[in-house]
Design a binder for this molecule. Structure first.
Ligand SMILES: Cc1cc2nc3c(=O)[nH]c(=O)nc-3n(C[C@H](O)[C@H](O)[C@H](O)COP(=O)(O)OP(=O)(O)OC[C@H]3O[C@@H](n4cnc5c(N)ncnc54)[C@H](O)[C@@H]3O)c2cc1C
Length: 494
C-alpha cells in the first residue's frame, strides 16, 4: 500500500562503499548528495518514495558488473532504474540500497537490417529504435504510450505493451537476446541466435522486474513497415455497444493493429485539454481502431469493421488514411493520461486485464465502485487486449484520499480476477501490487516462482521487496512470514 517514507537514517558506514564505486566507475558516476538523490526517490507511482543511499550511473556492461559485484561483496541491495516511468513502483529504491541507473547506457550498438534486428544498450529510449530504422522501412512494434521517454531496459523488465501489441505481441515477443549482469556480478548472454533448444532464459528474464539481474545489451526484432495503415474512429451512445463491437471484430477473425476505448469522462477530459475536435463530447464511448497490412486487405477489413460498428449502433465511423489525419485521431488518446493530470492534482492508474467479453459488465461495475467509494474514474484502455487502465482522480494533499483510492484500485483488481482476468497487463507488480499476487496465484505457484528467483538471486540483493508478497520463500518459514505480513491480511478479504 502507498507510503511516503523518510530519508534513510543509515547505520552503515557508506564511505568505503563510495570509495569502491568511485574507483570502479569514476567520480562523476557516483551520486551521494541528498539533494541530488531526491530526483531518484520515486518512479511514476509517486505516492511511494524512498531515497536511495547511493546512485551510480554506469556507461558500460563492465561498469554495471563492477557496481553489482561491489554490492554483492558488501551485501548491499541494489535496484535497477531506466527512465523511472514505471507505474508500479518497480524502480522505487529500498532503504540503504544502491540505485543503478542506466540513463547513460544510451547507445544503439548495432543495426542489422538484413537480419531485421538491432542491439541496444538498456538506456536507449523506446522510440529511438524506430527512429533509427524507419528510413529503411522498418520499425520496432512494442509502443507503450510513454515511448518517447521510457527505456528499452525498463520495457524488458516490465514486459511492456502498447497500442500495437494486440496484433504484434508485447515486448517478450520481440526480444531475441540479452546480455545480463547477474546479481553476483557475473556477465552472461542468453538467446541471441536462431531457435535454441532448452530453457527459454530470455523469456524468463523478460518481465522479471529487475529481480533476476540487470540487462545491459538487448537485441530486438524489427518489423517491416506495413504497406497501408488506416485508423477508424467510431462513437457510441453506450459503453456496452462499444464493448460488444470489440468482441465482434475479433470474432470476425480481424486482428486490428490496435483497438483502444475511451469513455465519456476521458473524452471530455482530453477535449478540454488537448482540443482535438475529433471526439464527440456526447459519446458514451469511442473506439479507435488501427488496421494495417497490404492495401486491399486493409480496405476490406475497414469495410467489415465499419459494418460491425454500425450493427452495434455506432453513430459515426470516420476513417483516416493519411499520416496527418491518423495522427489527429490518435492525438487525444496519446495525451489522455496527461489530460487527467490537468483535471485533478493526482491520479492513480490501475492496470488489470479481463476477458474481452466481460468489458460491458466490468466497466459498469467499475463505475459503480467509483460511486461507492466517492471518486471519479476515467477509462482509457487497450480494449482489444481487455487491458483496462482505470484512472482514479484524487487529491493527495487531502489526508486519507490516497488510502481510499488504493482501496478502490484493489477492489477493481479483485473484480478483474473474479471475471477470469489478471492483476496486471503491462505495468508490472512492483511494490504497488505485490500484496495482490496471492489473489491470482496459489502458495505453491508463488513458491515455485521464488525458487526461480533464488536460483538467479540467491542473496536476494536484486530489487528485493518487489513482485512477491514476501521477500523470500522456503516452505514453512516463508508461509509464516506471509501470515505475519499485514498486507497479506488484506488479501484475505478476497
Ligand atoms: C504516461 C505513461 C504512460 C504509460 N503507458 C504505458 C503503456 O502504454 N504500456 C506499458 O506497458 N507501460 C506504460 N507505462 C509504464 C512505463 O512507462 C513502462 O513500464 C516502461 O517500460 C518503464 O520503463 P522505464 O525505463 O521508465 O523503467 P523504470 O521505471 O526505470 O523501471 C521499471 C522496472 O524495470 C527495472 N529495470 C529498469 N531497467 C532495467 C534493466 N536494464 N535490467 C533489469 N531491470 C531493469 C526496474 O528495476 C523496475 O523494476 C506508462 C507510464 C506512463 C508514465
Amino acid at each position: 500500500m502507498g507510503a511516503t517514507l523518510n530519508p534513510p537514517i543509515s547505520r552503515r558506514n557508506w564511505r568505503p562503499i563510495v570509495r569502491q564505486l568511485t574507483k570502479a566507475l569514476g567520480k562523476d558516476s557516483v551520486i551521494q548528495r541528498q539533494e541530488e538523490l531526491l530526483v531518484y526517490e520515486c518512479d511514476g507511482l509517486t505516492s511511494y518514495r524512498q531515497r536511495p543511499a547511493i546512485v551510480v550511473l554506469p556507461c558500460t556492461t563492465a561498469e554495471v558488473a563492477a557496481a553489482v559485484e561491489i554490492c554483492d561483496r558488501n551485501q548491499i541491495p541494489f535496484v535497477a532504474r531506466g527512465a523511472g516511468t514505471g507505474l508500479s513502483g518497480g524502480a522505487l529504491p529500498i532503504e540503504d540500497c544502491v540505485l543503478i541507473v542506466t540513463a547513460r547506457m544510451n547507445r544503439i550498438l548495432q543495426v542489422d537490417l538484413v537480419n531485421q534486428r538491432v542491439t541496444v544498450q538498456p538506456g536507449v529510449i523506446n522510440n529511438w529504435v524506430t527512429q533509427a530504422v524507419s528510413g529503411a522501412g522498418f520499425y520496432y512494434a512494442p509502443d507503450p504510450s510513454s515511448q518517447s521517454v521510457c527505456s528499452v531496459g525498463g520495457n524488458v523488465a516490465e514486459n511492456s505493451g502498447g497500442v500495437h501489441c494486440l496484433k504484434y505481441g508485447v515486448t517478450t515477443n520481440h526480444v531475441l537476446g540479452l546480455k545480463l549482469v547477474l546479481p553476483d556480478g557475473q556477465i552472461v548472454e542468453v538467446g541471441g541466435g536462431p531457435e535454441r533448444p532448452g530453457y527459454d532464459l530470455t523469456g524468463l528474464f523478460v518481465g522479471s522486474e529487475g529481480t533476476l539481474g540487470i540487462a545491459t545489451e538487448i537485441t530486438l526484432n524489427l518489423l517491416k513497415a506495413p504497406e497501408a495503415i488506416h485508423v477508424l474512429l467510431a462513437d457510441f451512445t453506450s459503453v456496452e455497444a462499444a464493448g460488444a463491437t470489440v468482441s465482434d471484430i475479433i470474432s470476425a477473425g480481424i486482428i486490428p493493429a490496435g483497438m483502444e476505448m475511451m469513455d465519456n469522462f476521458s473524452i471530455n477530459a482530453v477535449e478540454d485539454v488537448v482540443q482535438t475536435d475529433c471526439y464527440p463530447r456526447d459519446a458514451e464511448a469511442i473506439l479507435l481502431i488501427e488496421v494495417d497490412g497490404l492495401g486491399p486487405e486493409v480496405a476490406a477489413s475497414c469495410d467489415r469493421i465499419t459494418a460491425l460498428c454500425q450493427q452495434n449502433g455506432a453513430r459515426h465511423v470516420t476513417t483516416a488514411t493519411q499520416p496527418e489525419d491518423r495522427l489527429r485521431l490518435w492525438k487525444g488518446r496519446k495525451a489522455a493520461f496527461a489530460a487527467m493530470g490537468k483535471l485533478s492534482p493526482d491520479y492513480y492508474v490501475q492496470d488489470g486485464v479481463i476477458p474481452r467479453t466481460q468489458l460491458p459488465h466490468v466497466l459498469k461495475q467499475i463505475a459503480a465502485l467509483g460511486e461507492h467509494h466517492g471518486y471519479r474514474v476515467a477509462n482509457v484502455f487497450h480494449a482489444g487486449d481487455g487491458n483496462l487502465h482505470p484512472l482514479i482522480l484524487y487529491n493527495n494533499a487531502i489526508p486519507g484520499q490516497l488510502e481510499a483510492v488504493e482501496a478502490l484500485g484493489g477492489d477493481i483488481l479483485k473484480l478483474c480476477v473474479q471475471v477470469g482476468g489478471s492483476i496486471s497487463g503491462e505495468h508490472g507488480i512492483g511494490a504497488d501490487k505485490r500484496c495482490y499476487m496471492s489473489a491470482m496465484f496459489s502458495a505453491a505457484d508463488l513458491e515455485t516462482m521464488q525458487w526461480v528467483r533464488q536460483a538467479f538471486n540467491p542473496q536476494g540483493l536484486a530489487n528485493p521487496t518487489k513482485l512477491f508478497p514476501t521477500p523470500r520463500t522456503c516452505g514453512e518459514a516463508g508461509r509464516a512470514a506471509v501470515a505475519a505480513t499485514p498486507e497479506f491480511a488484506e488479501i484475505d478479504r478476497f
